[in-house]
Design a protein around this ligand. Structure first.
Ligand SMILES: [Zn+2]
Length: 325
């Protein structure tokens, strides 16, 4: 039984290898030949391209460091076998061909009414309909209610909806995680950040899996009601019903394609936390259709020098597009 199933597969594999490597069936490709290593000569499915859209400067030093954050994540994605990454700084790319061949796009940008995607919902939707993954980080999870909000529900399963979601700074304590590839390798941890919560999700959480959930303290709702500060819905959920709030989640789209949202990342220093970085890197690999290792994506902890590099305080760089590796 075992052999009848495996022999045809082995034969196909050997035949493919024979064609690809010029008759060296079962042998190694000739790595001396630099052409072999050029990405455009590889099978398209073997290299996954991740495009990071990094927003411009917006907040005080050390917060909303979109460029520095994207670059340190992209460097780690680009170090994984079978992946490369592109970071576009200062917002939307001048040349949209950067999206060609992408397996996933990450928005780590300012959002709300000024989210770069608001004016490009149709063209971006065409990309999403091809099954390209979308990850949204911090303010990048917020778009206006209505058409943009509904698109975010389709693409990533959830978003920050004004007068429903809130944006306090608090310490979240994550005690347990679901059985899901994006939770691989996570250990219980707590961390202080501007964790948006009470996000708007698809009805009945259809196709949505929360990854990071915690119950915020009452002090996170001390502010008066307002578009981002409080509302009766969030008070009932947290103060009365004591519902854990989902601050990171993943979603699948019914016709193919995956998304995630991660509401932390206000403070740049959170990227030094191995659990935070692992969860986001797992998420990127997963929405790109990749296999997340059972222990999660391993990556070096950035040292203080790397953390300082590329922060907005250092000024604009001489170009906007950076590739990894
Ligand atoms: Zn923030």
């Amino acid at each position: 039984m075992k052999w009848t199933l495996q022999l045809p597969v082995l034969f196909l594999f050997a035949a493919t290898a024979y064609v690809l490597f010029g008759g060296q069936a079962g042998g190694e490709p000739d790595l001396q030949n630099s052409d072999v290593q050029k990405p455009d000569l590889q099978e398209p499915s073997t290299t996954k391209k991740i495009v990071f859209i990094a927003g411009g400067r917006s907040h005080a030093n050390g917060s909303h460091e979109h460029r520095a954050g994207c670059m340190l994540l992209a460097k780690r994605i680009g170090a994984l076998p079978g992946y490369n990454a592109v970071v576009v700084t200062e917002g939307w790319p001048e040349d949209e061909t950067v999206f060609e061949g992408a397996s996933a796009v990450i928005f780590y940008t300012d959002g709300g009414g000024g989210h770069y995607v608001n004016k490009r919902l149709d063209s971006f939707d065409a990309l999403m309909k091809k099954g390209v993954g979308l990850g949204t980080v911090h303010y990048g999870v917020e778009v206006p209610k209505g058409r943009a909000g509904n698109k975010f529900l389709e693409w990533t399963g959830g978003y920050f909806e004004t007068d429903w979601s809130v944006n306090p700074v608090w310490t979240a304590n994550f005690e347990s995680f679901p059985k899901h590839p994006v939770a691989h390798g996570l250990k219980p941890f707590e961390i202080h950040d501007e964790w948006y919560y009470h996000m708007r999700f698809r009805k009945k959480m259809e196709g949505v899996t929360p990854i990071l959930s915690a119950l915020p303290g009452a002090d996170s709702l001390k502010r008066k009601d307002g578009s981002h500060s409080g509302n009766p819905g969030v008070r009932a959920a947290v103060l009365q019903r004591k519902e854990k709030q989902h601050v990171a989640w993943v979603a699948t789209r019914p016709k193919g394609g995956r998304g995630f949202g991660f509401t932390g990342g206000h403070f740049h220093h959170v990227w030094q936390n191995d659990n935070v970085r692992r969860m986001v890197l797992n998420g990127i690999v997963w929405i790109a259709g990749g296999e997340v290792p059972t222990g999660g994506v391993f990556s070096d902890t950035p040292d203080d020098k790397e953390m300082d590099a590329n922060q907005d305080k250092h000024g604009k760089l001489d170009k906007r597009v950076f590739t990894y590796p």
